[in-house]
Design a protein around this ligand. Sequence first.
Ligand code: ZN
Length: 329
Amino acid sequence: MRNNPITPTVDFEKDGIQHGFLKLPYSHDASAWGSMMIPITVAKNGTGPTVLLSGGNHGDEYEGPIALFDLASKIKTEKMSGRVIIVPGMNYPAFRAARRTSPIDGGNMNRVFPGRPDGTVTEKIADFFQRTLLPMADYVIDIHSGGKTLDFVPFCAAHVLDNKQQQADCVAMMEAFNAPYSVMLLEVDAVGMYDTSAEEMGKIFISTELGGGGSAWAATVAIAKKGVSNVLKHAGVLPGPLEKSTTIQLDMPDGQCFISSVSNGLLEIATDLGSHVTKGQTLARVHDIERTGTRPVIYKSPLDGIFTARHFPGLVGMGDVIAVIAIPL
Ligand code: ZN
C-alpha cells in the first residue's frame, strides 16, 4: 500500500517532551502548497507501555480537547516509564470549524476507518492512526462527548469482544478511568469506527461520552482530566494511587435501548438525564410546530432503566435519537 502523506515533526522514539505537528499536505484556494498542521505531543521516558490519547474525533466535543491540551502543557517525563502520545484534535479540520464532521470533505472520522493514504483529508488522518499511531500503542483512549445534537450522563465505555482477556483488560481500564457511569456499549453503527480498528488490532481500548450540547462543563472536564490521569497510572506510565469514587454500571444490551423519533417538531423532554425511568413512562412529547390544536406525539420508555442520553437541540427531526435508556447492573 501507498505511504501516508503525513509527516510527523516529532520523533516517537526520542526521550523527553516534544510538541509538534502531524503535517498533512493540503492544497487549497488559500494555500496552493499548504499543509494541515495537526498538533501532537509525545512524552517519553525509557521503556514501558505506550498510551495513545485522542480528542476531537468529532470536532464539536470538547472535554477531550480541553483535558488533552491541558495535559500536553503540563506533562513531565521525570517520573514516567513509557510513552504518551497526545492528539487533542484528531479530526483537526472539524475541530477548527466546531463541527462534528470535516468542512473539507464532510468526513466523519469515526465512520472512515481504516482510512486511505490516497483518500480524502479525513481518510488520510484515519490511515495515519491505523498504520502508524495505533500499532505503537498498548492502551488507547478516545474521548467523546455528545456534540451539538446529543447530551449524555458522563460515562466511560468498553465493548463486548470475542477475546475475553482483551475485554477484561478494557473493562479494567474503564474502571480505572472511573467516570460516574461505566457502560458496556452496544454500537448501533460499528463499521468504520476507530474503536473497531483499535480493538481488532488487539489494543486495550476505551471511549467515553462525557456530556454534550456542543460545549463542556467544569464537572465533565474534571471527569476527563481525572480519568486520563488514572489511566496513565493504571497503565504504569505514571506512579501513584488512582483517584476513585463510585461508578454506576450500565448495560445497553440491544437496540431496544434507543428511542428514535418518528415525527418532526418541538421536543418536550419529560424527565432529565440520570433519572430512573420505568417501562411505559413518558420520556418525551413532540409537538407539531406547523399548526396549533394537535396533540403531541408521546414517546415512552420501552424498559426500566436510567435515562442515559437525549437529543439536545430544542427541535427534533424524523429518525433522530430522542432518548437512550440503559439498564443498571
Ligand atoms: Zn463523538
